[in-house]
Design a protein around this ligand. Sequence first.
Ligand code: HEM
Length: 468
Amino acid sequence: MWTDNLGDCSEEKRERFHPNITCMKAGHQGMLEWLNSLYKKHGPVFRIWFGKDLMVFFSDPEDVRQILSNNKLLKKSKSYEIAEIWLGKGLLTSANEAWQRRRKLLTPAFHFRILGEFKEPMEDNCQILISKLREKANGEQFDIYPYITLFALDAISETAMGIKKNAQMQSESEYVKAVQTICRVLHKRLFSFWHRFDLIYRFTDAYKESIEALKVLHGETNRMIKLRRQMLQDTNIHNMADAEKTDDVGGKRRLAFLDMLLISQLEGGGLTDLEIREEVDTFLFEGHDTTSSAMGFCIYLLSQHEDIQHRAYEEAVAMQGREKETMRYLEAVIKETLRIYPSVPSYSRKTQEDLQIGNITVPKGVAVSVLAYMVHRDENSYPEPEKFNPERFLANDKELHPFAFVAFSAGPRNCIGQKFAMLELKLALSSLLRSYELLPVKDFVPNPLAELVMKSGNGIQIRMRPRK
Ligand code: HEM
């Protein structure tokens, strides 16, 4: 048993843990660069102390397999508790039976058959994006990221929540700004020794900022729930059987994810009001921030690689209207983007007992973290890892280790919105490619920041021209 003081970091204890594992203090600025340098120095396993908390990072696909497929390793690490102020005990942060119950209830809402119903509102929002971008398609440099986030927010609000938000019609969104604030503040708290103490944190400006942001975030989710509940009342829907009947004009009713939660509650077996709000907060955040990040980096990479863009464009033209089907090339482009820029660069679990991973025994109560950012840079799986080459996912898909690509995590706690995200990305990127040529901006390189979701600190600078 490993029973030492976690705050201590003596050479002797390091040896007992693993000869390669290092002892570090956190609070670093360029987090990804720092993790990258630790990986280069120590190999695919290393440890970091955050104050008295120990985190062990893994990047070898075989170790990752052992972590993500372990049914006894489903509890998220302590770092997720920081997000509970916003997301409560929603699907992302919850554990044990509470998580199991919610996952079972929420999974059918993201079944692929239901996703088909989301295609139309997603397409409508793609059209708004295309028309909004028209003013920028003049060959001049601009940052496309704000357009993308508003699009992604509209897409998740209209499909999953059944609320037409029209964020794209405004130049900026209070909700998006509040998400940016809370992500920044929570991330800072995660890596600041002093901010971890509640008593100290409550006297900081960051705390005041987070309270203001939470007012906006929870205000918006409460508003959405109220609106949708009213709609169910007005249309006399009290259970699933009512919902499945045709609407007043004989059409099939489109049920949003939120409707399913509200109807299960009416039927008596669902979530409480607070639990519903936690899920709406979780899905609104996860559903727009991660996809915006992926779309932004993908647009950047396509703008830099004319040949790849051309091939994706030809497929987009050939597959117009059939984007729900396999689009082999664009799917490979999206995966290759997520390989280089995983929207969630690392995620972690807390060990409930001593655990053997590879040749290391990780003690009970420690955070084990999958460093997707480095798993995706493993030269054995991906020769020349910094090179953007979608062919990797066309040619050797089968030869690739099944845990060498973990942008959506894997195993029982994988991303529930993966199919939703792929459909949205395929629809949006193919409409964009059919409408505009994406051109590079000389010397622009994004500056990826590992906040809760990875984003480019200097935006996504591109140039665009309408297609002839
Ligand atoms: C490119 C887009 C996306 C990426 C790369 C992504 C990635 C991930 C990853 C890595 C996890 C595991 C996180 C962890 O273990 O802490 C996760 C979980 C989750 N994702 Fe996604 N995600 C994406 C889009 C979405 C969308 C569109 C939704 C909702 C509509 C969504 C909802 C969730 C939820 C609720 C969880 C928690 C699942 C659980 O713990 O049971 N994600 N996602």
